[in-house]
Design a protein around this ligand. Structure first.
Ligand code: MRU
Length: 346
């Protein structure tokens, strides 16, 4: 099973990103050498997916200048602020940058060399995410029997995390264990993370899939052959409301109407312990051009009015369960996801 590597250290002071805007037709890598370039890559979705943007931002902080115009600590704080502003909804970004800020403060207070401490913390954030993906996979693999069909939305796979994904983690473990699984992939308008990215990574892994346009999901669920819906999350409130890629809410309604279980897969870094419910989650609004056309092909009359929220909120009552690194939880159990000792800041 070959999974993509969406981010890599280069060993030469740069960070290599797989430019996800160019997939699936062009597998193009970018060497990022500045904080501003990392912010641009996150804002324009060259690197994307809640856990992966946390990792990318953490690694981006290691590109902050040492000394120069300000003290290194000031430069690190400025880098964190700059990266934090790249996208508003995925809470993993803030979670990872908080860890980097604290790491820099501890290093400065102890008069320790800053660069190795920051690099180690960024690697620890990545390693923690990889481990959490594996545990999410274990939590969900038992839901999938040999020959099952599951349906997913957007991309919550290896391209969106530091490991085997969140929503796709149970699919990968099922496949690794020799059981057959087929994935119905929502196209995911307007940026096509499903048809461009999920289909691409499943194909490379040798997992059969069927792409559908988003508007076909209800009809597909009505057929009765889908065992469950598995989606990721950009941010989960403590009552279990889930912000995820636009279209997730409609999918949850359709799943409920057809009696199909609807699972949200996410690590604890996606839970916002300060958000009591989905109303507290900021929803990113993106440019009208993303809806008016795609890669130069126009699909609306020029100047058509557009509404383009990147995420929606699915109420907790539509979620069957949460596949987390602490197992399969109900909404009322999300509090269990408070930081575990092994995930505490080093
Ligand atoms: O705008 P994107 O592509 O970053 O949105 C991604 C999603 O909505 C994912 O489902 C979510 O971040 C979880 S990724 C493991």
């Amino acid at each position: 099973m070959t999974l993509p590597r969406p981010i890599q250290w280069t060993g030469t002071g740069a960070v290599r990103l797989l430019d996800q805007t160019a997939l699936p037709d062009d597998e193009r890598y970018l060497d990022i050498t500045t904080v501003a370039a990392m912010r641009e890559a996150i804002a324009s979705l060259r690197v994307r997916g809640a856990p992966l943007i946390g990792i990318a931002a953490a690694i981006g902080v290691t590109l902050a200048p040492a000394g120069g115009a300000g003290s290194t600590l000031e430069n690190v704080r400025a880098a964190c602020d700059e990266l934090d502003a790249a996208r508003p909804t995925a809470v993993n970004l803030r979670w990872a940058l908080d860890r980097m800020r604290r790491c820099a403060e501890v290093a400065a207070a102890g008069d320790e060399p800053m660069a190795p401490a920051l690099r180690a913390e960024a690697q620890a954030i990545w390693d923690d995410d990889r481990a959490m993906c594996d545990r999410i996979g274990e939590a969900g693999a038992g839901l999938i029997a040999d020959g099952d069909v599951v349906l997913t939305h957007c991309n919550a796979g290896a391209l969106a995390t530091g490991g085997i994904g969140t929503a796709l983690a149970p699919v990968y473990l099922t496949h690794r264990r020799g059981r057959r699984v087929t994935v119905v992939v929502d196209e995911t308008r307007p940026l096509l993370q499903g048809s461009r990215l999920t289909a691409w990574e499943l194909g490379r892994a040798g997992i059969p899939y069927t792409v559908i346009a988003d508007g076909m999901a209800a009809a597909r669920l009505r057929l009765g052959d889908v065992r469950c819906v598995l989606v990721g999350a950009a941010r989960i409130a403590t009552n279990g409301d889930v912000a995820n890629k636009i279209g997730t809410y409609g999918l949850a309604l359709a799943a409920r109407a057809h009696g199909v279980p609807f699972y949200v897969a996410a690590p604890r870094s996606t839970v916002d312990f300060a958000a009591a419910d989905g109303g507290a989650i900021p929803i990113e609004q993106r440019a009208a051009g993303e809806v008016r056309g795609f890669r130069g092909a126009v699909s609306t009359p020029a100047g058509a009015e557009v509404w383009n929220p990147a995420f929606d909120v699915t109420p907790a009552e539509l979620v069957t369960g949460y596949l987390t690194d602490a197992g399969l939880l109900a909404a009322r159990e999300l509090g269990r996801l408070a930081p575990l000792p092994e995930l505490a800041v080093r």
